[in-house]
Design a protein around this ligand. Structure first.
Ligand code: SF4
Ligand code: SF4
Length: 212
């Protein structure tokens, strides 16, 4: 699943450059990387890890258990910014603090190189990974509900809340909410799941024309 290019993500929400990862290294654990899928700069390390596997390059001796191969990390790591780092959600919603890490993707079939003006909000989906159920709270009052609400209010209408430990998925899709389970993925960067009958509904944001 191609990661959404920054220039398109900026059409959906705010872009900030003053947030820092700090003590967080959630994406080095909770996102899959297969560095063989794309061209790498010379000297870059290769990495093949599934979501939920701690990256072997995390160096515990560095402050905040940071990347031990930072200058040689794969292209996918260089490009990655979670939605919080991009400027979504309140300042104190850093992934390690709320037990949730969110990121946006382009729908299958849409190229990373697509013209941003031709990409609508319907071409975007969001994955929110639950990394700590003790921190993420509930849908009524906790950070999880607030994150989902923020994406819905910005017009994103395909939101997957994923718990890799329980293998459960909650899918907010075009006004309905579905329960589901993760399926075995064929590659680390693929998110595969099955859903059942709707268990609820939500109000979609008013339709807009193309994102401008
Ligand atoms: S999950 Fe976000 S804030 Fe945390 S290390 Fe990754 S990019 Fe930085
Ligand atoms: S290579 Fe570095 S940046 Fe990439 S997942 Fe591993 S620790 Fe994180």
């Amino acid at each position: 699943m191609p990661r959404i290019p920054v220039r398109i993500e900026s059409n959906i929400g705010p872009l900030m450059d003053d947030r820092q990862c700090g003590r967080c290294n959630a994406c080095c654990i909770w996102y899959g990387v297969d560095s063989s899928r794309e061209a790498q700069a010379e000297g870059t390390v290769s990495l093949y890890k599934h979501a939920g596997e701690k990256c072997k390059f995390i160096n515990k001796r560095l402050d905040h258990r940071r990347c031990g191969v930072y200058d040689k990390r794969p292209c996918a790591c260089v490009r990655f910014k979670c939605s919080w780092l991009m400027g979504f959600f309140p300042d104190d919603f850093r992934p390690d603090k709320v037990g949730l890490v969110a990121s946006m993707y382009l729908r299958d079939g849409i190229s990373d190189d697509a013209d941003p003006t031709s990409v609508s909000k319907n071409d975007v989906n969001v994955t929110i990974v639950v990394t700590d159920v003790n921190k993420c709270g509930d849908f009524e009052t906790g950070p999880l509900g607030k994150m989902v609400h923020e994406f819905i209010s910005r017009g994103v209408d395909d939101i997957r809340v994923v718990n890799y430990r329980s293998r459960q998925v909650l899918h907010f899709y075009h006004g309905d909410v579905y329960n589901g389970e993760l399926l075995k993925s064929t590659s680390p960067e693929e998110l595969k799941f099955v859903t059942h009958n709707p268990i609820g509904s939500y109000t979609e944001a008013p339709d807009e024309e193309q994102v401008t």
